[in-house]
Design a protein around this ligand. Structure first.
Ligand code: PEP
Length: 249
């Protein structure tokens, strides 16, 4: 079985005004000079998707949203649909990020509905899962994450292109990372669930690690079995940092 093609995706979160497009252009320049082994994506705030799509036209960098509403359109003030992200130039969308689960009360069922919306619009979902520090300390990390995988990944994903991002909540933005053996055990558990639920699609789905990935630790994390890329927050904001992570695989 051919291993999944790695994906390195940058999550800019709520960072970036138009001037930040210079970083995206710089990254495109670095990748043009030396193409990457991995697929590369940038997920800027929704306000920058259209401008970034223009700025990166002809480059190998795909653009992603950071969330979407499940419905295609309607009376949902302030929300953005998958169709709108696609129309603006996105090809992917991050769903179920822990900051959305915690700050907006998103459940696994909400995330699953958004995944269906993303697929309907032709976007590739990157579905985030991850345990809290209390759950890890209590020895429940794998059970919690497997529950999220089962609850947030609808059957509609069979035969479709998507990614799962394992992001321990306590590792995001903290500078802390799990032990490599814990990352390996978690990715193996997710892989087993993906294969059980989706067969060959599950074997071919990239499982990304996310949480304080930096140039200094990217190589050892990306070498762990069944780690098929990374979802990178803070270190994706600067092209010179992000390119080092991209080149670490
Ligand atoms: C993230 O927000 O998905 C993330 C992994 O952030 P950071 O790399 O900053 O920990």
């Amino acid at each position: 079985m051919t291993p999944p093609r790695p994906l390195i995706a940058g999550n800019w979160k709520m960072h970036g005004l138009a001037a930040a497009l210079e970083e995206a252009r710089a990254l495109a320049g670095l990748l043009k000079a030396q193409p990457a082994a991995a697929r590369v994506a940038l997920c800027p705030p929704a306000t920058l998707i259209d401008q970034m799509a223009w700025a990166l036209k002809g480059s190998d960098i795909a653009i992603g949203g950071q969330d979407c509403r499940a419905e295609a359109s309607g009376a949902f003030t302030g929300d953005v649909s998958a169709e709108m992200l696609k129309d603006a130039g996105a090809a992917l969308v991050i769903l179920g990020h822990s900051e959305r689960r915690a700050g907006h009360g998103e459940s696994d069922a909400d995330v699953a509905a958004k995944v269906v919306g993303a697929l309907r619009a032709g976007l590739e979902p990157i579905v985030c899962v991850g345990e809290s520090l209390a759950e890890r300390r209590a020895g429940h990390a794998i059970d919690v994450v497997q529950g999220q995988v089962r609850g947030a990944l609808p059957a509609d994903l069979a035969g479709r292109t998507f990614a799962v991002a394992y992001e321990p909540v306590w590792a995001i933005g903290s500078g802390l990372t799990p032990r490599l053996a814990d990352i390996e055990a978690m990715h193996a558990a997710i892989r087993a669930d993906l294969i059980e639920a989706f067969g060959p699609t599950g074997a071919a789905t990239p499982i990304l690690y996310g949480g304080s990935v930096k140039p200094a630790n990217a190589r050892e994390i990306l070498a762990v079995a069944d780690v098929n890329g990374a979802l990178v927050g803070g270190a994706s904001l600067k092209a010179t940092d992000f390119i080092e992570i991209i080149r670490a695989i």
